[in-house]
Each structure stands twice: as C-alpha cells, then as structure tokens.
Write a protein that binds this ligand. Structure first.
Ligand SMILES: [Zn+2]
Length: 204
C-alpha cells in the first residue's frame, strides 16, 4: 500500500499551521478506524479539496467528474461520477475514503481523457443537473449513487449552470453497459421524441 503516515511534527494537513500532533492527530486516529463507507456518509463534514472534470463532455456529452475531500488524517475521500449529459444522467459512480494523494492522482491519470480543475459548485451542477434531467426522461442513477451521493452533497440545492440534452431534447448514445431491452415504454417514448427532433432538419 502506498499509504504514507503523517509524522507528528509535520504541519497539519488541515492547513492550520500547527503541528499535526497538536492539531488534528486525535481526530485523524479516530478517522483511520472508521470504514470507508462510514466516512463517505460523513462527507459534508470534510472540506472539499479538489474537483476535476474531463472538459470534452461539451462535445461528446459524457463527463467524468471527480470530487475529493480532505480527511483530518491527511487522506482523501473521493467521489467519481460518469454523467451522460444528453440523456441518461449518472451512468456509473464510484466512491472511497482513506485514499492517499498518490492513489487519487493515479485514478485521475487513468481516466481515458485528460481532466482539468473545476469549481465544486460547477461539479455539483453538472452531476446533479444531469441526474435531474435524466429523471425527467425516466432514467434513475446507477445504484452506487446511494453512497456516492454524499460526496457531492446531493441533498443540498444546486445552481442550474448547464443545459442537458441537445436542443432541448434527450439524445440516447448507447454505451457498452447499457441494456436498451430493459428500457420502459415511457423511456423509449421520451427517447423517440428526442430522436425525431434530431432527424428533423434545422430550420434556418
Ligand atoms: Zn489540523
């Protein structure tokens, strides 16, 4: 494991300027004893460290969003969201806690498309807005959302900063893990409306 311990007399990772031993050390020990899932569920208590997005979503309609939070023991909580902005919303998610900075960096560099920093509120707007749009078409988020929703504070209001779908319509782009056979009639109807809108030539 690439888990590097913080030395007691190092500056505290919380940024207070005090030594770790006299600042967050006790909290850190308590944190290290908890399960990743329990920590993920307490996400709102830990400050956001960094957020990233793969900016090519604006052309492809598929956004990889990463949110990291600082734990008092120097480790991070991470939430990763794959958002189909054209129709299906949160297609898959992943979350974990007690990851080292190196482990998170590896995760970022393993993303097929390079990522860049994004503001936390923009990340929330993209993920939660995408989810809300997908729901309006009849698609629910991936089951893993029940945990990863905490990292991005899904219960708090978010600002609508982005448009979803294309020209106001949902557009379905099939992915390797989709099962169109399992779509409900309501979903198919919503998608067909979207496709018809796509096929119609744009009036100048
Ligand atoms: Zn501290």
């Amino acid at each position: 494991m690439s888990t590097k311990k913080i030395e007691p007399y190092q500056p505290c990772p919380c940024g207070s300027g005090r030594k770790y031993k006299f600042c967050c050390h006790a909290k850190g020990v308590q944190i290290s004893q908890q399960t990743a899932r329990a920590l993920v569920h307490q996400s709102a208590d830990f400050p956001v460290a960094h957020c990233w997005v793969d900016p090519s979503w604006k052309t492809h309609g598929l956004a990889s969003v990463f949110v990291s939070r600082q734990l008092p023991n120097g480790k991070l909580v991470i939430g990763v969201y794959l958002v189909d902005t054209l129709c299906m919303g949160v297609k898959s998610t992943f979350c974990n806690a007690n990851l080292s900075v190196v482990e998170v960096q590896k995760m970022l560099s393993a993303n097929p498309v390079p990522v860049e920093p994004i503001e936390y509120e923009d990340a929330r707007s993209l993920v939660l807005g995408g989810l809300e749009y997908a729901r309006s078409v009849g698609f629910e988020p991936d089951p893993s959302w029940k945990d990863s929703r905490y990292v991005i504070e899904a219960d708090k209001p978010f600002a609508a900063k982005y448009e979803f779908g294309q020209d106001g319509r949902p557009v379905y782009i099939s992915g390797p893990f989709d099962d169109p056979e399992a779509f409900t009639d309501a979903q198919i109807e919503a998608l067909q409306l979207g496709q018809q809108a796509q096929l119609k030539p744009k009036t100048p």
